[in-house]
Design a protein around this ligand. Structure first.
Ligand SMILES: NC(=O)c1ccc[n+]([C@@H]2O[C@H](COP(=O)([O-])OP(=O)(O)OC[C@H]3O[C@@H](n4cnc5c(N)ncnc54)[C@H](OP(=O)(O)O)[C@@H]3O)[C@@H](O)[C@H]2O)c1
Length: 341
């Protein structure tokens, strides 16, 4: 054992619907001694991402479920504090899949561990948001699955979050008319006034179909799917011939008690005639472009061209509440947990 005390958030029981008291517990866990080739990293920032909720279920999706009594999965920005490897030295900064805990031991050459080369004007936590996994998701899903061309209309849901933010600002840069869908007037105002979208529809305002139609007078050429449910149903009749639908996720269903009985975007889209081009994608399809795309996005952050917001919870003990809130849209921009400096 080392002399570090580690705290971790553990999956104690599988949530039925929304996460309840007792599903996740904060526990002290020992930090073991390093073996040759390993490093000990101290987590500075933890990323909270919607995909973590389906992984708490006992059903195999595109990734394995988290085991009971295991640390909840998650990516973080961490600093190396002990090293028995030449690949990473003390004080190096990395992104890694540490899980929801304060310290983590891993082999320095483990997959999905990336050294951060700090850039001026790019805060470290941006490598978990618009210059990190969600940003690469938005960029790659739009560019390689959506394939935008100038003059097309692109609609993106969860528009004020890190994925939607990057989709919309990238689509604008490609010369597209860009329409967001977001929950509430404050988020919609921000999406238009700060992020520069052409329009943003408040799906909570009670007039979704008509508002979306008015915002897309020439129909929709690309719908970047983040939420599913009522938004997908409103988008469907507006899709133009030749439309593409990159299916990134459908967060409206992530708290469902029975995921198997949920109407997914696939059900809605497959019922259309003609069926629009659509497919689910994973950001890891472009893992070979990890550094290239990260650099593009980090440079845009540094120059001020790529704008974004963050919601920060302070301390690991507040991660579960922040996570529950994010699944209901309480976050405004990238949801992070600040653990240490
Ligand atoms: N395929 C991949 O490789 C990959 C990788 C990363 C992320 N994703 C997916 O990308 C999507 C966005 O992720 P993110 O990290 O950018 O999350 P995010 O936007 O920061 O957070 C989720 C947002 O979803 C919206 N939402 C929640 N419930 C909703 C409902 N019932 N109807 C409509 N919107 C609802 C909320 O925004 P409002 O307040 O605006 O409703 C909430 O803020 C998620 O579906 C996620 O699973 C996929």
């Amino acid at each position: 054992m080392t002399n570090h005390t580690n705290r971790a958030v553990i999956l104690k029981q599988r949530p039925q619907g929304e996460i309840q008291e007792g599903d996740l517990t904060l526990e002290e866990r020992p930090v073991r001694e390093l073996k040759e080739g390993e490093v000990l990293a101290k987590v500075l920032w933890l990323s909270l991402d919607p995909y973590m909720r389906p992984r708490m279920n006992d059903a195999k999706g595109y990734m394995d479920p988290i085991g009971l009594d295991e640390v909840v999965v998650g990516e973080s920005v961490a600093r190396i504090v002990e090293s028995r490897s030449d690949d990473l030295k003390v004080d190096d900064l990395v992104t890694c899949y540490s899980g929801w805990q304060e310290y983590v031991v891993f082999p320095a050459n483990a997959e999905m561990v990336y050294k951060i080369e700090p850039k001026d004007n790019v805060p470290l936590q941006a490598y978990l948001g618009v210059a990190g996994m969600p940003g690469r998701t938005g960029y790659c899903g739009l560019m390689y699955v959506g394939k935008p061309t100038s003059g097309e209309t692109v609609v993106v849901s969860a528009a004020s979050g890190p994925v939607g933010t990057v989709v919309g600002q990238t689509a604008r840069k490609e010369g597209c008319r860009t329409v967001g869908v977001a929950g509430g007037p404050e988020k919609c105002r921000y999406v238009v006034e700060e992020l520069g979208f052409d329009a943003c529809v408040d799906y909570k305002a009670g007039n979704l179909e008509a508002d979306l139609k008015a915002a897309c007078p020439d129909g929709i050429d690309i719908y970047f799917e983040n939420v599913g449910g009522a938004v997908t149903r409103a988008v469907a009749p507006l899709l133009n011939p030749g439309a593409r639908v990159p299916i990134c996720g459908f967060v409206s269903a992530y708290n469902a008690e029975d995921m198997g009985s949920v109407e997914t975007p696939f059900h809605v889209l497959k019922a259309l005639d003609p069926v629009p081009e659509h497919r689910f994608f994973l950001v890891t399809e472009w893992q070979d472009k990890h550094q290239e795309i990260t650099n593009i996005l980090a440079d845009r952050v540094a120059s001020g061209e790529l704008k974004y917001r963050e919601t920060i919870a302070e301390g690991l003990e507040n991660a579960p509440e922040a996570f529950k809130g994010m699944l209901k849209g309480k976050n405004f921009g990238k949801q992070l947990v600040h653990i240490a400096d």
